[in-house]
Design a binder for this molecule. Structure first.
Ligand SMILES: [Zn+2]
Length: 289
């Protein structure tokens, strides 16, 4: 019996050869990966739908509905102003992914069950993946606090670096990060102090980007602060917890705040104790905030 195409190739009028299933799988994968829409065509479509629904909310023109203490409606009406623009991000939060590849992280951020996302993912090779419009809210900070801000997701951009958490960051990755930060700082006028890590805003809960992250290199370029080379001795009456609080750390758990601070600004040691060196670093750094 002559098998029907496309499950065979007709090599000659008399010869047919069976094509293994793996070949079709490979061909399908190549066609999908190389198609103009790419492998993320489906999730890009979902992104567009979600973004459209956010824009729909922003376009509502309804007056606020208020009632007084007796329950009676307070008169209100809609009068559109002519002076407006979009709210801008004012912080940048840096993370490590704690995963093994950028592809794994892209997958994590393109399935809804994880409920996490970031504006940018940077691969070890320096490739920058932009996953969310900067004006939209990513789900990257989680339960966090910096100063009196308790909704960091609403005011920050999240950048995830492909790094497993226990290795140095790749130079190409840091180069791309510096270029991205320069663009973001300029575009949104983000203050130098507002480039911080996930560990800083969620002490005791998050360890990233950890002690391998080169904050000193970022500070040289105007992204976040780093201690001076020569340190003054912290005065006897220096209160480290007030200093940490003034910087922005949530000091309700003082030990966690100290560890978070040391993972960022000391790095060589991040035990919960404050040594004289740690106090000097803290005294030096907190005055910059
Ligand atoms: Zn994180």
């Amino acid at each position: 019996m002559t098998p029907a195409l496309p499950f065979s190739f007709r090599l000659s009028p008399f010869t047919y050869i069976k094509v293994p299933f793996a070949f079709y799988l490979l061909a399908f994968t190549l066609i999908t990966a190389c198609s103009p829409k790419g492998p993320y065509a489906v999730t890009n479509k979902i992104y567009k739908k979600e973004a459209d629904s956010v824009f729909g909310v922003m376009q509502r023109e309804q007056p606020v509905a208020l009632t007084d203490s007796t329950g009676a409606a307070i008169p209100s009406s809609w009068v559109g102003t002519v002076n407006l623009n979009a709210r801008k991000p004012n912080y940048v939060i840096i993370h490590f992914t704690a995963q093994d590849s950028a592809a794994q992280t892209l997958k994590t951020f393109t399935v809804s069950s994880t409920q996490v996302s970031a504006h940018y993912v940077i691969g070890r090779d320096g490739h920058v993946y932009h996953m969310l419009n900067d004006y939209l809210r990513a789900w990257q900070a989680g339960v966090s606090r910096w100063g009196s801000i308790t909704d960091m997701n609403s005011c920050s951009l999240g950048i995830e670096l492909d790094n497993n958490g226990s290795e140095p960051f790749a130079p190409a990755q840091i180069n791309s990060l510096l270029a991205l930060l320069a663009q973001l700082k300029k575009a949104y006028n983000i203050p130098t102090s507002n480039f911080i890590g996930h560990q800083d805003i969620a002490p005791g809960r998050k360890p990233d980007p950890g002690p391998y992250f080169p904050w000193h290199v970022l500070a040289q370029h105007g992204f976040g602060y780093w201690s001076d080379y020569i340190l003054e001795l912290a005065p006897d009456n220096f209160d480290p917890y007030t200093a940490l609080h003034l910087m922005g750390y949530d000091t309700r758990n003082p030990t966690a705040a100290v560890v978070a601070f040391k993972r960022h600004f000391v790095q060589t040691d991040y035990t919960p104790q404050l040594t004289q060196l740690d106090l000097n670093v803290l005294y030096n750094v907190y005055k910059k905030y």
